[in-house]
Design a protein around this ligand. Structure first.
Ligand SMILES: NC(=O)c1ccc[n+]([C@@H]2O[C@H](COP(=O)([O-])OP(=O)(O)OC[C@H]3O[C@@H](n4cnc5c(N)ncnc54)[C@H](OP(=O)(O)O)[C@@H]3O)[C@@H](O)[C@H]2O)c1
Length: 299
């Protein structure tokens, strides 16, 4: 018997999550992933969203594109809010009009980082930067536009694609013997491939069941936590094992590495709700990191 594939329409073309979704969906076999991005769908032109999504005939929509330049957003908040807020609303409103579920990616940066333990979904939000504020506008807009939604907050994303901390570390290690890395921000390094697997599982659950407990806000990050310095140390250990470049890590406080946008000191997210409701739990971050390092070194 031939299996009818379902169409997962994802926003963005070359982003880490969309690229990982295309690869993982092919291996999994239930969904055909259709990536829709600029110029047809431009988050900075919210009026383009509906027609581009309708044209792609989705069974489920994944809202993975975003204005992700965290530091740049500090001086460009209007554009970040247009892309991450107004267009998120347009995406969810289109999902509602088409009567399909929408899975919207959000961020740990909606929190201020002052909590001493991992954040749960019910914790109060208080973004400390423009990017976090713009993503929070998007979360609320999606929830307001359709009940048939899942907002997935993720964090510290890395992959073989695009720009991310892991790739930056490997590149810098080619020319530097030692690197100063922030040690007083902790979070959950998260492989975009694992996010893709999680999104595919959640999408399947939403299409298979109308249970309201499967809808709403969830946290989804890699298992286990680390500081940026811990993460860098592990990246270099994996790279050394695979014969790649390494550097020694000098642990510094974030006050010694000023950036335009402030980052939360505690970014850890508790993923218990996702595990309980959706049966989804992402891998430990260390083996997932080793896999990505190996793949990059083999390219
Ligand atoms: N990266 C992280 O560490 C991180 C952490 C927490 C949450 N998140 C969230 O996770 C999601 C996926 O992130 P990611 O790491 O995959 O992002 P990414 O690699 O930075 O890629 C951003 C994606 O958004 C698209 N995009 C940007 N501006 C656009 C516009 N005006 N119109 C249409 N598309 C536009 C890009 O389009 P092109 O393909 O055309 O370049 C790209 O596909 C985002 O919602 C992000 O906020 C990411």
């Amino acid at each position: 018997m031939s299996v009818q594939h379902q169409r997962m329409v994802v926003t963005g073309r070359k982003g880490q999550v969309v690229t990982s979704l295309i690869e993982r969906a092919e291996a999994q076999g239930r969904f055909d992933v259709v990536a829709v991005g600029r110029p047809a769908l431009d988050l900075c032109r919210p009026e383009t969203v509906e027609a581009a999504l309708r044209e792609a005939c989705p069974d489920v929509i994944v809202s993975a594109a975003a204005y992700t330049a965290v530091d740049q957003a500090e001086t460009d908040e209007e554009a970040a809010t247009l892309a991450n807020g107004t267009s998120a609303r347009a995406i969810a409103a289109t999902a509602n009009a088409l009567d399909v579920p929408v899975i919207h990616l959000s961020t740990d940066y909606v929190f201020d980082g002052s909590k001493a333990s991992p954040y749960i979904e019910a914790d109060p939000v208080a973004p400390i930067g423009a990017y976090g504020r713009s993503k929070l506008v998007g979360e609320l807009a999606v929830a307001g536009a359709t009940a048939n939604h899942v907002v997935l907050r993720t964090a510290w994303v890395y992959s073989p694609f695009g720009k991310n901390f892991l790739k930056t570390m490997l590149r810098l290690a080619e020319t530097r013997e030692s690197l100063n890395i922030v040690d007083d921000q902790i979070g959950n390094p998260t492989s975009a491939f694992d996010i893709a697997d999680g999104v595919l599982a959640v999408a399947g659950n939403l299409l298979d069941s109308e249970d309201s407990k499967l809808r709403g806000l969830f946290h989804m990050v890699g298992t286990g936590d680390a500081s940026w310095a811990d993460f860098a140390t592990e990246i270099f250990a994996c790279s050394a094992d695979a014969g790649g470049p390494t550097a020694s890590v000098v642990r510094i406080p974030s006050s010694h590495y000023p950036t335009p946008a402030k980052r939360p000191a505690n970014s850890r997210l508790d993923c218990g709700k996702l595990r309980e409701m959706h049966g989804v739990c992402l891998r430990q971050w260390m083996p997932a990191t080793a896999e990505t390092v190996k793949r990059l070194l083999q390219q």
